[in-house]
Design a protein around this ligand. Structure first.
Ligand code: SF4
Length: 324
């Protein structure tokens, strides 16, 4: 793994995970089970497998990169987990998979705690950040994030609906706002909003994807939602894409599908192939982020990345230079 690129796994294995209060009965509430008879031939023999329902969203590869890899058309198990910590991590990928394409024997899946997610990632003076897991097929396995804040928690994009996850989030204080970064990643927002009684924010240009959203963001100016929580309109990937910045120092940037980290190239990337609206506008929107000092980049798709002081500006300048 590249230095500075921390997967959720490395946080988990380094003992940084904060277990939510009132853990836990051991229970697995998955809507569907992967079928071993449909297991992909590329899986190595062993307990875990991926079946043919895989949509190659990459989620398992980001979460458990030592065990799952993509062939280009689907993902597969290339190395079976053997230690208990590796098995626990592969089980997180099993829960997170948006189409339940990952299978394992009952004696392993019965070990999944109901508080497996949310998973602690980082924190700064403005909040503590958790990865929600439970990715949704509707958002092609996009990541969603929970921010615990003293004046009310915030959900960034929508996970797949899960009563198990909803119970955990309620135990952690519920959610005051759900910020939808763009139209692709709204998933089960309506159900989450009803269950958590939270206000949804979305930009006016993507509002047709969440027509009942309680709050609409207008215009292209940065918007300070609360102290230490800023929404920046970044049109391009979609007309109403936004990013969210947590904190004034050691900032956490929730970038939606605006840009993400490429682990192989060790660089920030934005993709013209995955630009659904206006590529020139997207490049201009990337330039809007050069006054930030990001410590953590947490995207909807692609790898997260932790930057040392000063590295963000260098990486962003390299991306802008590459795209210009
Ligand atoms: S998380 Fe599931 S759908 Fe996504 S790549 Fe892995 S096995 Fe395939």
């Amino acid at each position: 793994m590249i230095s500075g690129t921390l997967s959720i796994k490395s946080l988990y294995l380094n003992g940084l995970r904060r277990v939510p209060p009132q853990a836990s009965r051991y229970i697995c509430l998955l809507p569907k089970m992967a079928q071993r008879k449909n297991a992909l031939n590329r899986n190595v023999d062993g307990s875990f497998f991926v079946d043919s329902s895989c949509i190659d969203c990459g989620t398992c590869c980001y979460l458990a990169p030592d065990h799952f890899a993509s062939s280009g058309s689907n993902s597969f198990v290339y190395s079976q987990p053997t230690t208990q910590s590796d098995i626990s991590n592969a089980l997180l990928a099993l829960v997170d998979c948006p189409v339940s394409a990952i299978g394992a024997p009952n004696e392993l899946t019965s070990q999944i705690p109901n508080n497996a997610f949310p998973l602690w990632v980082t924190e700064n003076a403005s909040g503590s950040v958790y990865y929600c897991g439970w990715s949704s097929k509707r958002s092609y396995g996009a990541s969603s994030w929970l921010i615990l804040r003293s004046d009310g928690n915030v959900l960034i994009d929508s996970p797949r609906w899960s009563s198990t996850l909803a119970k955990q989030i309620k135990k952690m204080g519920g959610v005051k706002f759900m910020i939808l970064t763009h139209s692709d990643d709204v998933a089960d927002h309506e159900r989450w909003s009803n269950a958590l009684n939270c206000e949804r924010w979305i930009h006016e240009n993507d509002a047709d994807s969440a027509p009942n959203a309680e709050k609409i963001l207008h215009g292209m100016d940065c918007f300070s939602l609360e102290e230490g929580l800023i929404i920046i309109p970044t049109p391009g990937h979609t007309a109403g894409s936004v990013v969210v910045v947590l904190g004034d120092y050691e900032q956490v940037l929730f970038s939606g599908d605006h840009l993400w980290w490429n682990q192989e190239k060790e660089s920030l990337v934005a993709s013209r192939n995955y630009c659904w609206w206006n590529w020139d506008e997207q490049i201009e929107s990337i330039k809007k982020l050069d006054n930030l000092e990001v410590k953590w980049l947490l995207p909807g798709h692609g790898y997260s990345h932790k930057f040392k002081l000063g590295e963000w500006k260098v990486a962003l300048a390299e991306l802008i230079n590459y795209l210009s």
